[in-house]
Design a binder for this molecule. Structure first.
Ligand code: BYC
Length: 327
C-alpha cells in the first residue's frame, strides 16, 4: 500500500495537499505534490499536447483543397491554432519536470497515446465541417471544466485553448450549414460525414465510467471535474438540437428523449472499435505516427542549428562579449 511506504512527513504533506486542493486552490510548479499527481498530470497533459499536434494532420490534408480562398484562410488559421495549443500544453507539462524530447520520444515509440479521433480519415470537404462541429464541440465540452483544474499552468492554458476551440466549433457548424442548405449532393455529403464522425466523437470522452481506471483519483484531485459519461451525455444533449437545425439525422436509431431522466438516451458505443484504435490499429494510426516521426526527423537540422547557436551565445556571454552577430 502507498501509505505504508510514506514517511510521517510525507503523510502530513499529502494530507495538507488534499485539503488545499479540496478548497479549490491551485497547485503551482514549485509546490509540493504527490508523485502520483505529478505522473497523472504529465500523462494527461502530454497526451493532450500530442492530440493537438496529431490533430493538425487530418485537417492539414484539406488546406490545399479548400473550396474558396476564404475557407482556405480559415482552415489554415485553425490548424495553426492547434499547433499553438500543442505548444502551450507541452510547456505546461515541462513545468512538471519532463522534457519535450522525452514526451516526443514517448509519442514516437507508441508509449504515449493521443486522441482516438485523429486515427480516422478525412475523406471529403464535409469532413472539415463535421470535425469542426463535432470534434471541436466534444473537445470544448471536455476542456471547459479543465479551466478549473487544480494544476495552475494547465488550467490557465485551457482558458485560451477553449476560446479558440469555440471559434473552431462555430466555423465547422457553418460549413455543415452551408452544405446542408446546398444542393442535394452537398447535403448528402454532409450527412455522410456526420454518419462517419458521430460515433468516434462520442468515443473521444474515453471509456465509460465503470471502465475508466484513472477517473476516480483524477476527480478527487480536481484534475477532472466531471466523469467521462457525464461529459458524453452533455455533448449528446447539446448536439441533438443542432443536428435538427441542420436538417441532418444522427446515425443512431436508439437516440430518443427520456422525459424522466431529462436527457437523450443513446445507443451502445462500439467499445471494441475504441480499444482497437487506441491500441494502434485504427484506420490511420500508422500514417499519423509516421507523419509525426518524419516531421521530427526532418526538423533535426533546425534543432541542431538552434542548439549550436545557443552554445555559441552562451560561450560569448561567458567571455563578456554580448554581440549577437557571428564572429
Ligand atoms: N483516445 O481512465 P481513462 C484535441 C485512454 S481534443 C485515446 O478515462 P483519463 C483537439 C487514457 O489515456 C482531444 N486514448 O483516462 C480537438 C487511458 O490510457 P493510459 C484531446 C484515450 O485520462 C480539436 C485509458 O484510455 N483532449 O486535442 O482519466 C482539434 C483509460 O481512460 C481516450 C484531451 O486530451 C481517447 N479518446 O481520461 C484538434 C483532453 N480516452 O493513459 C485537437 C484532456 C481515454 O492509461 N484529457 N483514453 O495509457 C482528458 O480529459 C482525459 O485524459 C480523457 C481520458 C477524458 C481523454
Amino acid at each position: 500500500m502507498k501509505i505504508a511506504r510514506m514517511s510521517p512527513v510525507e503523510m502530513n504533506l499529502e494530507a495538507r495537499f488534499d485539503a488545499y486542493v479540496a478548497e479549490e486552490k491551485k497547485i503551482e510548479p514549485k509546490d509540493w505534490m504527490p508523485d502520483a499527481y505529478r505522473k497523472t498530470l504529465i500523462r494527461q497533459i502530454s497526451q493532450h499536447a500530442h492530440s493537438e499536434i496529431v490533430g493538425m494532420l487530418p485537417e492539414g490534408n484539406w488546406i490545399s483543397r479548400a473550396p474558396s480562398l476564404k475557407r482556405k484562410a480559415i482552415l489554415l488559421a485553425k490548424v495553426q491554432d492547434e499547433a499553438g495549443h500543442g505548444l502551450y500544453l507541452y510547456s505546461a507539462a515541462e513545468t512538471l519536470g519532463v522534457t519535450r524530447d522525452q514526451m516526443l520520444q514517448d509519442l514516437h515509440k507508441g508509449k504515449a497515446k493521443y486522441s482516438s479521433i485523429f486515427n480516422y480519415p478525412t475523406l471529403t470537404w464535409a469532413d472539415m465541417g463535421a470535425v469542426g462541429w463535432l470534434v471541436d464541440g466534444a473537445a470544448i465540452m471536455n476542456q471547459v471544466p479543465l479551466c478549473k483544474c487544480s494544476y495552475g499552468p494547465y488550467a490557465r492554458a485551457m482558458v485560451r485553448v477553449c476560446k479558440e476551440e469555440s471559434f473552431h466549433q462555430r466555423q465547422g457548424f457553418q460549413v455543415m450549414l452551408n452544405l446542408a442548405q446546398g444542393t442535394p449532393d452537398q447535403k448528402a455529403m454532409a450527412q455522410d460525414a456526420l454518419n462517419r464522425w458521430w460515433w468516434p466523437s462520442l468515443m473521444m470522452f474515453g471509456p465509460s465510467d465503470a471502465d475508466s481506471p484513472h477517473s476516480a483519483q483524477s476527480m478527487k484531485w480536481n484534475i477532472k471535474r466531471f466523469s467521462n459519461d457525464e461529459l458524453r451525455q452533455r455533448f449528446v444533449d447539446m448536439t441533438v438540437p443542432q443536428a435538427e437545425l441542420l436538417g441532418l439525422t444522427l446515425p443512431d436509431p436508439d437516440l430518443k428523449w427520456n422525459e424522466e431522466r431529462g436527457h437523450y438516451d443513446f445507443g451502445a458505443i462500439a467499445w471494441d472499435e475504441f480499444y482497437n484504435v487506441i491500441k494502434g490499429n485504427g484506420p490511420c494510426n500508422k500514417e499519423r505516427l509516421g507523419a509525426r516521426v518524419k516531421a521530427y526527423d526532418d526538423g533535426a537540422w533546425v534543432r541542431d542549428a538552434a542548439n549550436a547557436y545557443a552554445t555559441k551565445e552562451a560561450a560569448r556571454q561567458k567571455n563578456g562579449n554580448t554581440s549577437t552577430h557571428a564572429a
